[in-house]
Ligand binder design. Structure first.
Ligand code: F3S
Length: 397
C-alpha cells in the first residue's frame, strides 16, 4: 500500500513503524490505522488499554480470513496490549463429542493458532468484561464485536468505536487506535429518547426492546426502565434497576443495527437530560418484536448464551430445573465454577463458541429456541434456521 496523503499527526515512533522499521506486520497495521484515521477525520492515534478481536470463527471468515491470519502471523508480530478474542466456531476441546465436522475443526484450529501466535489471549468469548478484560470508566480501548462494544461504552463508560476484525487486530499489534468517533466526548451524548412504557420482565424483553431500537441511529437515552424480574440470590425488592445480564442482552440487541452506545437515565454513566426525537416503547412494540422474530414452535435445541452466559445465568437455568436438554454457551474461564456447581445432566455447557458462529446446520439442527433477539435475528438470516424467541422461563416450560 502506498500512502499518498496523511492528514493525521504521527509521532516520530509511529513514522518509524510506517516506514517498516519495526517489521512488515507492524507496517501493514500502521498503514491500515492511518488510512482509517484519515477517512474518519482523526487528528492523531491514541494508546488503547485493551483490544477485543472478532473474526475468530471459521464460519464467519472462511479460507480468505484463514490465509490472511496465517500470513500476518508468519511475520512474527505480537500484540502490544492485552487482547482477548471473540468466540470460535467450535468448542475447542470437545468438538468431536458435539459432532462438529473434522474439516471445519481443523481449519478453526489453524485460525486459533495464528491468533495465539500473534499474542491474542485464548478467551474465546464475546463477554470479555465478565472474564478479566474489564476496562474502567474513561479508558480508551479498541474492541470489535458489537455487543461488547455497546456494553463497554454504555455500562462501563469505556471508549471504543466498533472495530472490524482487521482494525482490531491492527490495534492489538500497535496498541493504538485513531482518535475519532466515540473516543471523543462530543460524540457520546444522547441523540434521541426512548420512553419505556411497559414492564420488562426478562432478559428476552430487554433484548426485544434493544432489537426494536436498533432500527434507529444515534445514541438512545432510555427513560423509565425498571425491571420486575428476580435474579438468583437477590430479594425481589432489590431488582429495580437492570441486572448485568439484562444490560448485556440490551447491548447485544442494540448492536444488531448501527448503535454503539446507549444511556439509561439515572443508571448508566454520563447520562444527560432528554434529547432529540422521542420514541415510545409500549406493550404493542414489545409484542411486535416477538411476532417478527418467531418462526417455530417446536425446536431441536434450546440455545442460551447470546451474549455468552454469565455464571449467574447458568445457575438460573439449573434453578429452573429444565426437563429437556439445554445448551448453555459461555466462556471457558467459567468451567471450574460450572463443574463445581452444575449437577443437572440436562444442562450441556459449551465453551469457546456460540449458536450463531458455530455451524449448527452440520449438527442437523433445523430449529432453535433462544432468549436473545440478536441470536434470533442471525440464526434466521445467517444460519437459515427456524427460531423460537421467548424468555428463558417459557423456553424451559
Ligand atoms: Fe456473542 Fe455469538 Fe451472540 S458472539 S453476542 S453469542 S452471536
Amino acid at each position: 500500500m502506498q500512502l499518498v496523503f496523511i492528514n493525521m499527526h504521527l509521532t516520530k515512533d509511529e513514522e518509524k513503524i510506517l516506514r517498516g522499521e519495526e517489521g512488515e506486520a507492524a507496517k501493514k497495521a500502521m498503514e491500515l490505522l492511518v488510512v482509517l484515521g484519515d477517512i474518519y477525520g482523526a487528528e492523531k492515534l491514541i494508546d488503547v488499554a485493551s483490544v477485543q478481536v472478532s473474526g475468530v470463527s471459521y464460519a464467519t471468515i472462511g479460507d480468505a480470513g484463514l490465509d490472511f491470519l496465517e500470513d500476518w502471523a508468519s511475520k512474527g508480530s505480537k500484540s502490544r496490549v492485552f487482547a482477548t478474542m471473540n468466540p470460535a466456531g467450535i468448542d475447542l476441546e470437545r468438538w468431536r463429542e458435539f459432532g462438529f465436522k473434522e474439516n471445519f475443526a481443523k481449519k478453526q484450529l489453524r485460525i486459533v493458532k495464528a491468533y495465539e501466535a500473534m499474542g491474542m489471549r485464548p478467551s474465546y468469548t464475546c463477554t470479555p468484561y465478565l472474564v478479566g478484560n474489564l476496562p474502567h470508566f474513561g479508558e480508551h480501548i479498541a474492541w470489535a464485536e458489537s455487543s461488547s462494544v455497546v456494553f463497554a461504552n454504555s455500562v462501563l463508560g469505556a471508549r471504543t468505536n466498533r472495530e472490524s476484525a482487521v482494525s482490531a487486530l491492527a490495534s492489538a499489534l500497535l496498541g493504538k487506535t485513531p482518535y475519532c468517533g466515540l473516543h471523543l466526548e462530543e460524540n457520546r451524548k444522547g441523540t434521541f429518547t426512548v420512553e419505556v412504557e411497559t414492564e420488562l420482565r426478562s432478559e428476552a424483553d430487554y433484548s426485544a426492546m434493544g432489537y426494536y431500537v436498533s432500527g434507529y441511529e444515534g445514541v438512545p437515552v432510555f427513560k423509565n426502565i425498571s425491571s420486575v424480574r428476580k435474579m438468583v440470590g437477590m430479594p425481589a425488592s432489590y431488582r429495580k434497576s437492570p441486572s448485568t445480564e439484562e444490560l448485556k442482552a440490551l447491548s447485544a440487541a442494540l448492536g444488531v443495527g448501527t448503535i454503539d452506545m446507549f444511556q439509561i437515565l439515572g443508571i448508566t454513566p454520563n447520562t444527560c437530560a432528554e434529547k432529540g426525537e422521542k420514541i415510545e416503547f409500549e406493550r404493542e412494540e414489545l409484542k411486535e418484536v416477538y411476532e417478527k422474530l418467531n418462526s417455530a414452535e417446536e425446536v431441536d435445541a434450546i440455545c442460551i448464551g447470546c451474549p455468552h452466559c454469565s455464571i449467574a445465568e447458568i445457575l438460573k437455568i439449573e434453578q429452573l430445573k429444565p426437563e429437556r436438554e439445554v445448551w448453555a454457551f459461555t466462556a471457558r474461564q467459567n468451567k471450574p465454577l460450572v463443574e463445581k456447581c452444575i449437577k443437572n445432566k440436562k444442562i450441556k455447557v459449551i465453551y469457546d463458541t456460540c449458536m450463531v458462529v458455530s455451524p449448527l446446520g452440520d449438527l442437523e439442527i433445523e430449529a432453535v429456541g433462544v432468549n436473545s433477539a440478536k441470536a434470533a435475528f442471525y440464526c434466521t438470516n445467517l444460519s437459515k434456521l427456524k427460531v423460537r424467541f421467548d424468555s428463558l422461563e417459557n423456553l424451559l416450560k
